[in-house]
Design a protein around this ligand. Sequence first.
Ligand SMILES: [Zn+2]
Length: 269
Amino acid sequence: PHIIFLSQSVLSGKKHLCGVRLCHEIAHAWFGLAIGACDWTEEWISEGFATYLEDVFWENAQKLSEEAAKEQQQLKSLLRWRRLQDELQNSEEELQVLRPNKQSTGEVSDSGATIVKHGLNPGKIFMQVHYLKGYFLLHYLENRVGQKPFLKFFRLFVERFHGQLILSQDFLHMFMEHFSELKSRGLSMEAIYQNWLDVAGIPKPLLDGTLKWTENRLVHEVQDEVVKWVEFNKNNRKRTRTCKRKRSCKDVVTFKEDAAASEVLKILP
Ligand SMILES: [Zn+2]
């Protein structure tokens, strides 16, 4: 629904990482611009949705098969899960809450002013917890109803709230109304608040569903690739040391540290 201006340099070559970033920014045309957060402390309404939709847009742009899309999505979920765990361990608890104002969210004072909680806290600016927890919440809801019906619901939601500022409850209320059968299956807005929006730390439902990502073929492929390069680096360093002793070889380029590789290994199962 909006025009986005792109520098030519962004579009040259096969910059796949850039492609995903573009998908994220395009998603903001709907969530962030066409529909915004009424209370900016609930920034997941913009960033969680854009993070969730960047995968959907990317799959469509790349014309991935259903299986390939699922594999990529699971690999990304695993990486995001690891990042979320790291960030939750290394950030203040009160910054980790998606709806910090809870029931009084969106309230305007007598003077007409609203306060963005933690708005000036530099720790908040650099954290991705709201992107990631928001993404996982949407993923969780999608799993309850299936991707196609969920995206169809997104369209209805955008039509209904286009041009408006919303609160988390606007989205959840319409979601629960649209998929009314979920109530009988034990899902309620209260449970979503308690598990996902109003608390710090890892959302409880997320703890149950993480194991399946580690069985993914792509995850093993990446893991094998990292192990290969770690081994290559070790052998290369041994060779360099031997060369130095003999003083007969030309320079051999090595990684300065294994730290980067071991970081990658750490995030994989
Ligand atoms: Zn964003």
